[in-house]
Write a protein that binds this ligand. Structure first.
Ligand code: TRP
Ligand code: SF4
Length: 347
């Protein structure tokens, strides 16, 4: 985006701390390590310094799960409880459910009026997902409109920053362009109606799934944050490692190995260094390397399970906080919508 680089930098230098942050996650059930290291860990850090709105993107879940929405509600509760068990302070952030804040839908509709079709078809995840989820018919208006809804999610709160992983960069770039187009059409000079969000890109440690592909529930290669120790142990022990290590004496490349990525997230600096070096020289075998990982990983899974169990003893508490958060979200979103309606002569 060459044309925006200079003015953007002038208005909001990259170092300026975020003021209001919005992020969502599709409710797909229990959280796995990929969700934690790719998003939630980062949210916890950001919540120390910005006003944060984190939500269950249940409408977004429907873009692919519309044929069977039966699991979405239970998944939302599971997901919130896992966020909190993982360390997100529910009193510090605003937690809510997307579908309970109708202003997202209204802004989505209005934004859709000004969204060029070509922009939507160009978003890389559109074609990619259609190809990866072949068993689902994703040739729908809702699926095509995914990034428009996501733009509404962020803009309706006037968020100036959105924490994103590398795979979400194209969605955020889309949101920025759409907000700019909106402001160009309906804003007065120097008085934008909507805030252009910038990406908060943080270096996320890469955590691959146990088969070496991206960690994802739908691939069955994920370790759940609170996975039972025995199950995690069995699955780690049969996980794919560097395929070049056919024999025990073959040296490996830890960088492409899911086990090494997990070491980086869970083991001590000494262990990480040792494993990395000994993998390259074939001084350590994959079986021992995995056993070493389990020593640091399993206690963490257990801690999460315990915290989850404690929260589950009083599920009403999270429900209450979500209700409170939803009301707060509605109030903030309604304020934005008042300016939006006025700007579009719907006021
Ligand atoms: N697309 C995100 C995901 O893959 C979920 C999401 C929906 C989101 N709306 C958002 C993320 C707004 C950040 C900001 O889970
Ligand atoms: Fe992966 Fe460890 Fe085997 Fe190296 S030794 S390939 S890091 S499991």
């Amino acid at each position: 985006m060459t044309e925006s680089a200079a003015p953007e930098a002038a208005i909001s230098p990259a170092r300026q701390p975020p003021r209001r942050v919005v992020s969502g996650m599709r409710p797909t059930g229990k959280l796995h390590l990929g969700h934690f290291h790719g998003a939630v860990k980062n949210w916890i850090a950001i919540s120390q310094q910005a006003d944060c709105f984190f939500f269950s993107a249940d409408w977004h879940a429907l873009t692919t799960e519309y044929a069977d929405p039966s699991k979405i509600e239970a998944s939302t509760r599971d997901m919130f409880a896992d966020w909190v068990a993982a360390g997100l302070d529910p009193e510090r952030v605003t937690l809510f459910i997307q579908s309970r804040v109708k202003q997202h839908a209204e802004l989505y509709l209005l934004l859709s009026m000004i969204t060029p079709l070509g922009w939507l078809e160009r978003v890389p995840t559109f074609k990619e997902q259609q190809e990866q989820l072949r068993e689902k018919d994703l040739a729908t208006h809702g699926f095509l409109g995914y990034p428009v809804l996501q733009t509404a999610d962020v803009a309706v709160y006037g968020a100036d920053a959105v924490p994103v992983g590398q795979d979400q960069v194209s969605h955020l770039e889309f949101a920025r362009e759409l907000v700019r187009r909106f402001n160009h059409l309906y804003g007065k000079e120097n008085k934008p109606v909507l805030v252009e969000p910038r990406p908060l890109l943080t270096a996320v440690p890469k955590i691959l799934g146990l088969d070496g592909r991206k960690m994802s529930k739908s691939y069955g290669n994920a370790i759940e944050l609170g996975e039972d120790g025995e199950s995690a142990r069995k699955r780690v022990m049969v996980a794919v490692t560097d395929p070049a290590r056919v024999r025990r004496t073959d040296p490996g490349n830890p960088e492409i190995c899911a086990i090494y990525h997990l070491h980086r997230a869970y083991s001590t600096p000494e262990a990480i260094e040792r494993v990395g070096a000994e993998c390259r020289t074939a001084a350590i075998g994959c079986v021992d390397c995995k056993k070493l990982l389990l020593v640091s990983l399993l206690p963490e899974l257990e801690k999460h399970r315990d915290r989850r169990a404690e929260l589950d003893r009083n599920p009403g508490r999270i429900d209450e906080l979500v209700q409170l958060g939803t009301r707060k979200a509605q109030a903030v979103a309604e304020q934005t919508m008042e300016s939006v309606r006025a700007a579009m002569k719907l006021g």
